[in-house]
Design a protein around this ligand. Structure first.
Ligand code: PBE
Length: 297
């Protein structure tokens, strides 16, 4: 008897729960939001290109934290599109993130804590020149060596490019607005006299911004500048073989450690052009997890 009443009560309670889900709108969506994050995301980390250090570090994190996840590779543009879609629906998403990046200004995001240090620590972005550049093009080399800006500068350029601007036009505007900074980069240099400078870069937002800015500065010095967009591996190979004169996209000491080791002695590291960079797994702040460890739950 008592058992039966309990049964009846639970049927009523269940119907009420079901009704309230209907009230929330789409039945299946309400059910989905109740599922663990991993299941909702199909156990997927939304990544960028396979050659990037952040994707390689994410694969390491999957192993280090014994996660049942796949790192799905795509491109920076596809990743941020997926982020925008998820945010519109308030759905969970995990990204292979990095800073500086415009997405932190546009959305409310957080890095997941990384107690096992799969993503390393603080990073800087270095300028790397081909061997012999100093001798062949000393003034271009000097400007590249003196190129140095802040995460805030980089983010300002990135944000405007992301808002739909032409990268070169936005770089030009930034140079016009930051004459004092730029004049430090060109200090003590002579004119380029139409000689060619070849820069390679990957279509990562940070690198689109930096390469366009320094490219225009070299152009203003009188060089004929050629920017070539390639994948990460070919970019490093190009500066090591001398096909490219320089890159301003070397994330060290961790993110590009493998590339740096592969080309040790074959390139010249001119030191940081930006300090205070970082990589890691990034999620919208509305997700109720704080650490990569929480993804395993
Ligand atoms: N990034 C941006 C690159 C370096 C620049 C963090 C996406 C990477 O190799 O992961």
């Amino acid at each position: 008897m008592i058992k039966n009443n309990i049964k009846k009560l639970s049927v009523i309670a269940l119907s009420l729960v079901a009704l309230s889900f209907v009230g929330c709108g789409n039945k299946s969506e309400a059910k989905k939001a109740d599922e663990p994050y991993g299941k909702q995301m199909n156990y997927k980390i939304t990544g960028i290109d396979a050659g990037s250090g952040v994707v390689q570090a994410s694969e390491k994190a999957v192993k280090d934290y014994k996660l049942d996840y796949n790192v799905q590779t795509s491109s920076g543009a596809a990743m941020t599109q997926a982020l925008s879609d998820a945010i519109k629906k308030k759905e969970p998403i995990v990204l292979t993130g990095w800073s500086p990046h415009w997405m932190f200004s546009k959305y409310d995001l957080k890095y997941l804590k990384d107690p096992k240090k799969s993503f390393g620590g603080a990073e800087h972005i270095d300028t790397i020149a081909r061997k012999g550049l100093k001798k062949d093009l000393p003034d271009a080399y000097k400007a590249l060596d003196q190129f140095h800006w802040t995460p805030k500068d980089s983010e300002a350029v990135m944000l405007k490019i992301n808002a739909g601007g032409d990268a070169k036009k936005i770089a030009r505007q930034w140079i016009t607005d930051n004459k004092a900074t730029v004049s430090k980069w060109t200090e003590g240099t002579k004119k380029g006299n139409g000689k060619e400078v070849k820069l390679a870069y990957v279509s990562w937002d940070t690198e689109i911004a930096s390469t366009n800015v320094i490219g225009l500065v070299l152009e203003d010095m009188g060089y004929k500048v050629k920017l070539t967009q390639v994948d990460a591996g070919p970019m490093w190979a190009a500066v090591a073989s001398g096909d490219s004169d320089a890159i301003v996209s070397a994330w060290l000491p961790g993110t590009h450690a493998k590339y740096m080791a592969d080309y040790k002695g074959k390139v010249e590291d001119l030191g940081p052009n930006l300090e205070g960079a970082k990589i890691g797994l990034v999620v919208p702040s509305y997700m109720k997890i704080d650490s990569i460890e929480d993804l395993a739950k």
